[in-house]
Design a protein around this ligand. Structure first.
Ligand code: ATP
Ligand code: LTN
Length: 334
């Protein structure tokens, strides 16, 4: 029996992934590659919707790929590729642009949030059409499932709407994909501001554990995590966000339940919990960092893996695009 397709994407927008990306996305992607025919796309076209330094973008694209491979994405099982290596993404996005309403695109909250932060002059038209390019990323691969974070739910709804509209206007073309929203336990919060999610754009770098951080820096960040003053180790997201986040991180990595951690740390000080969380985190990410550094030392091999991924992706994407071009009435070149 053939496996159903899966697609997901990540932006190469920083030199390192953080613990939130790792526990929220990567761990799950590595698991899902066994049961699905998985396509994992590094979305460089999306990254340039905000200004990028060209050399940094090149570096971050390879660093992102290396970290995914180091964390268990197997290039034999899943196709790991760079979006700009598959021209059909931009080509299908154009067609989808032409069936999307201005108002419909304007309702996307991520665009609204980002323009509110930077002002409408700083926002590009590319940022406005970002979700339509994302819909193209997805629909080209006819995936049954798209694993994403909660923040992507609205983009997935738009993708489903566009696919349904195209199918009803031009005949059955696209599979309607389902969003798979990652479990609540995998939502990781900032160590310095534990009410907000851990994010690349954190105000204070101390709040962010990066996969590529030196182990000693990771230990330091965890030991200086913000907690509270009542001295009890108990999971209570509302009143004890710092301690709850540390328990959540431990549990997500070690697999030990929160209840068991609470029982084991009853009467212990916060320092003891932090020490153990630091050990657990370093134990998980240090081998990934080491392997990523190793992969990055052979860029020819890394680029070869990405080229192989792109070849597999192109094969599927070109088929869908040819069907779309035909359905909308473009004549075939002879
Ligand atoms: P950031 O907010 O750090 O910029 P992002 O969402 O832009 O992160 P992407 O590379 O676009 O990062 O997304 C990679 C994946 O990581 C997405 O599926 C996203 O939902 C997930 N993710 C990001 N931050 C967290 C977090 N703190 N906890 C759990 N999952 C997260
Ligand atoms: N918008 C997504 C990144 C992304 C994506 C995709 C995710 C671009 N194309 C296709 C899933 C499927 C984000 O910011 N996480």
């Amino acid at each position: 029996m053939t496996k159903p397709n899966l697609l997901s994407g990540m932006q190469p927008s920083a030199g390192s992934l953080h613990l939130g990306n790792y526990l929220g996305a990567l761990v799950n992607w590595a698991k899902m590659q066994d049961d699905y025919n998985a396509f994992y796309c590094i979305v460089d076209l999306h990254a340039i919707t905000v200004p990028q330094d060209p050399n940094e973008l090149r570096e971050n694209t390879r660093r992102t790929a290396a970290q995914y491979l180091a964390a268990g994405i197997d290039s034999e099982k899943a196709a790991l590729f760079v979006q700009s290596h598959v021209p059909a993404h931009a080509q299908l996005a154009w067609v989808l642009n032409c069936i999307t309403g201005m108002g419909e695109a304007g309702r996307m909250t991520q665009f609204k949030d980002k323009t509110q932060k930077g002002g409408s002059d700083s926002a590009s038209v590319g940022l406005f059409t970002y979700p339509i390019l994302q819909a193209a990323d997805i629909l080209l691969y006819q995936p049954k499932v798209v694993p994403v974070g909660e923040d992507q739910r609205q983009h997935l709804e738009l993708t489903r709407d566009l696919a349904t509209r195209f199918n009803s206007r031009f005949g059955q073309t696209f599979v309607i994909p389902e969003a798979v929203i990652l479990k609540e336990t995998a939502k990781i919060y900032d160590l310095q501001a534990p009410e907000s999610k851990m994010s690349k754009s954190a105000a204070d770098p101390k709040g962010l554990v990066n996969i590529m951080d030196e182990p000693s820096a990771v230990v330091k960040k965890i030991k200086s995590a913000v907690t509270d003053t009542d001295g009890v180790i108990r999971f209570d997201r509302e009143n004890k966000p710092g301690i709850s986040n540390l328990l959540g991180i431990h549990s997500a990595i070690s697999g030990e339940s929160i209840a068991s951690l609470e029982a084991r740390f009853e009467g212990a000080g916060y320092g003891a919990l932090k020490g153990e969380v630091a050990d657990v985190v370093v134990g998980a990410i240090e081998p990934i960092r080491d392997r990523a550094i190793e992969l990055l030392s052979d860029r020819t091999e890394l680029d070869r893996l990405l080229a192989a991924g792109a070849a597999r992706a192109n094969e599927v994407a070109e088929k869908t695009l040819a069907d779309v071009y035909d359905k909308v009435g473009f004549i075939k070149p002879i």
